[in-house]
Design a binder for this molecule. Structure first.
Ligand code: ADP
Ligand code: MG
Length: 656
């Protein structure tokens, strides 16, 4: 004799309860042959549903063994049990358990998503099943638009979708009026006639009498198991209604994956749409986080560019030679070895376009009763060309003025503000006192626009000869500004200058700053600063991520019954995990894109309003923001999704 389809030996099911445990099933021995129609009856609480859940592999016994077609279910993994349910079992529940956001046909198709039946064949089969159950005109109705009897027919079609050989029905007529109930039972009779194995749980003897065998439970034990002779043998109609046909298609694995992915994507959109406000609030955290990170990075890049542009206006290939060991050498003021002859020697080199000596001091400027303290720079006629300084009015002094020790002064805009505030006439040609020395204003430089090296302190420029002779009484220089010829490499020129001066001084008592060094220092400083602030902004992104975890936990707990249904029809743990992960990632990605849009939008407005500098958005930072919002979805959505996938199907289904 062939093995029975279902074989239970000594099955127990205890539920932990407080200190001890409740025995729901106690030592059940039972076998059911393929093709039988069995009713399990008993009063409420007798253990019927518990037994049916174990038979349907929604739950595991705590003792004894359960074999399906000779395979011991105790040795099967969660996914193997899911496969068993997916391919061989169909479930009909008292409360139908249809998914509310899906249409009738969508609900019927659902189990076939997990077997990988292609969408077109899925739809044809779902439609045919609904058609045969008299639901042809209700395909696109949602569960709430259907009567109880109609919903139960949809759930029967769902149970048959994958061509299950065994149908488990838990009080299938319990929530129906008698006419609908009779109709459902008629359908079950027909299924039985076409060869299906049917197990019905009921407390109603009128229902049980339709089965050919009645098993009665009391307090978790079988108290009678008898054939039912009055069973109206469903007359073999001969007309094969085809309910039992296998619907599995040998689909390629990647097809199945893509299909499930698309389905999960659609589910995610549906659920986000169903809770719009909640979704938007959750996204807000991500939006703000992404926008602030991108904004800060753009701000950093913008400032850096502005500062570098300011430095470049100093001339890209200038070197500045100072006395002393290094920047900030306290004794550099006492070193007097850097002299005019050095500047002249440098100017004679082929790789040097111009060398301007500079000296400086600080003096009080006077115009009538107005006084201001200014930095007095003694420079050569080439200085302005070397530095790239622009004039607003007048002219720079020339080589002749330098030779004549002329008392000609070029003032900057801060000086103009200090001495000529409110005066509309041009200061050119006016005489001011620099210290005690009367000087004629010959030029006015353009105002500097903030940024590196700018200050509000007045600064004036005189021929270095004048400053040495009238104010300092020395011939030593504060610095020599050197412009390297255009096609010579700056670093090679720097080496040559160092060698030349070291030879002239017999010591290296000077140091050289070149604009590349300054540029490098500033670039690395702003980069570090930007990184730091971006990291702080990144914290808000993490907070947004925690919001995602929170909302996904809520979403999972609201949809436990749905998860139970999906598991009952055979979804694997990975399917459930994927569904919720996709939802989390989608929330984050959409939030991320809105955040990027927001940052770009605000940046555009900022760039219109502000003239000082502009925000610079880099494609890299946008791509990184996009990828990190996806990563946040995965990281912060994982825990809730995993919780969902680890739910126990029977427990999940018990949730309403
Ligand atoms: P029936 O379906 O026959 O009404 P059940 O199988 O639902 O009965 O329940 C059988 C017994 O097991 C009852 O005493 C019930 O209280 C207990 N029971 C069922 N499910 C659980 C559960 N999840 N946790 C604890 N006890 C349970
Ligand atoms: Mg029950």
């Amino acid at each position: 004799m062939a093995l029975p389809l279902i074989l239970l030996e000594g099955v127990r099911r205890d539920y932990p309860s407080g200190e001890g445990s409740v025995v729901a099933l106690d030592d059940i021995d039972l076998s059911i042959e393929a093709g039988e129609m069995v009713a399990i009856v008993g009063t409420s609480g007798s253990g019927k549903s518990t037994l049916l859940n174990i038979l349907g592999c929604l739950d595991r016994p705590t003792g004894g063994s359960y074999c399906v077609a000779g395979r011991d279910t105790g040795s099967l993994s969660a996914d193997e049990l899911a496969a068993l349910r997916r391919e061989h079992f169909g479930f009909i529940f008292q409360r139908y358990h249809l998914l509310a956001e899906m249409t009738a046909i969508g609900n019927v198709e659902m189990p076939a998503i997990y077997t990988g039946l292609p969408p077109s064949r899925r739809q044809i089969r779902a439609q045919a099943l609904l058609d045969r159950l008299g639901m042809a005109d209700r395909l696109d109705h949602r569960p709430t638009q259907l009567s109880g009897g109609q919903q139960q027919r949809v759930s029967i079609a769902r149970a048959l979708m994958n061509g299950a050989g065994v149908i488990f029905a838990d009080e299938p007529t319990g929530a129906l009026d008698s006419a609908s109930g009779t109709e459902v039972l008629r359908i079950l009779d027909e299924l039985h006639a076409s060869g299906q194995t049917i197990v019905i749980v009921t407390h109603d003897m009128a229902v049980a009498r339709r089965a050919e065998r009645i098993i009665e439970l009391r307090d978790g034990a079988v108290i009678s198991d008898r054939p039912n002779r009055q069973a109206q043998q469903a007359e073999p109609t001969g007309a094969d209604i085809g309910f039992g046909e296998r619907a599995q298609a040998p689909a390629s694995p990647w097809r199945v994956r893509i299909d499930q992915f698309r389905e999960a994507f659609r589910m995610a959109l549906r659920s986000m749409n169903a809770h719009r406000l909640r979704t938007i609030l959750t996204m807000l955290g991500i939006v703000i986080g992404v926008a602030s990170v991108i904004g800060v990075v753009a701000l950093g890049a913008g400032t850096q560019q502005k500062v570098l542009a300011d430095i470049n206006s100093l001339g890209t290939n200038t070197l500045e030679v100072f006395p002393g060991k290094d920047f900030g050498d306290v004794r550099s003021g006492k070193i007097t070895t850097l002299v005019l002859a050095d500047a002249q020697a440098l100017a004679g080199q082929p790789y040097i376009a111009a060398a301007s000596p500079t000296v400086s001091t600080s003096k009080t400027l006077r115009l009538g009763s107005i006084e201001a303290t200014a930095q007095v720079n003694g420079v050569g006629e080439d200085y302005f060309a070397v530095k790239g300084t622009q004039l607003a009015a007048g002219a720079f002094f020339d080589a002749d003025s330098v030779r004549r020790i002329a008392q000609d002064v070029v003032i900057d805009d801060n000086t103009r503000k200090a001495l000529f505030a409110g005066a509309s006439a041009s200061p050119i040609g006016r005489i001011i006192l620099v210290g005690q020395v009367p000087c004629r204003i010959v030029g006015l430089t353009r105002p500097q626009q903030g940024g590196f090296g700018s200050s509000a302190n007045p600064s004036v420029y005189l021929p270095y000869t004048t400053v040495q002779a009238r104010f300092l009484g020395t011939t030593s220089l504060r610095s020599i500004t050197v412009r390297v010829v255009d096609d010579a490499p700056t670093d090679r020129a720097e080496q040559a200058v160092t060698a030349l001066l070291a030879a002239r001084h017999n010591a290296k008592d000077f140091f050289i700053l070149n604009t590349d060094d300054i540029r490098r220092t500033i670039t690395s400083t702003t980069e570090v600063l930007t990184l730091l602030v971006a990291a702080i902004a990144g914290i808000s992104l993490v907070v947004g991520g925690v919001g995602v975890t929170n909302i996904m936990l809520v979403s999972v707990s609201e949809r436990i019954a749905e998860i139970g249904v999906r598991m009952a029809v055979g979804a694997r743990r990975s399917d459930i995990l994927q569904q919720f992960l996709i939802e989390a990632v989608l929330v984050c990605l959409i939030g991320g894109m809105i955040g990027i849009g927001l940052a770009l939008g605000l940046g555009a407005i900022f760039n219109i309003v502000s003239t000082a500098f502009s925000l610079r958005y880099s494609t890299t930072s946008i791509i990184i923001a996009f990828l990190s919002s996806m990563l946040i979805g995965i990281v912060f959505g994982y825990m809730p999704a995993r919780n969902a996938s680890r739910l126990d199907p029977a427990t999940a289904l018990a949730r309403e």
